[in-house]
Design a protein. Sequence first.
Length: 146
Amino acid sequence: MLKKVLIFGFGLAFVIAGCGKVEEAKQAMQTIENVNNLAKAGDKAEQMQKIAQERKQARRAKGDTLAMHFTKLKEYLPASVSGYTMEEPNGQTTNMMGFSLSEVNAKFKKDPDHIDIKLIDYNEGYDFLSAAAYWMLADLSVENSD
């Protein structure tokens, strides 16, 4: 299907250019490129979704279906960072409708500098993260006053 779109687009661009409308031909070529990029992003998103589903099934097969509680996740934070003092870490665990997410945050300070560390266990969040990854692949650009 993509090949047909590309062949049609290139043909249309050459016809328009042949009629002396170079700017319209350039716009047609840009549209074709955008469609091609969108198709590639869709293919990549589909591959990522497949990988996510395979990982999800593998974890379920092991009985590993929830993110570890944030109090357990805290144990994976570094005990120290050379020359820095760690503030009390904080975290949270969220479970909702089969979705499980835990995170912990730690701040190591050495005036005037600091290091922030965040650990996330998104175990059952594959579907959510796959959807987010699609938008990253779509080359989305947003500009606002902020």
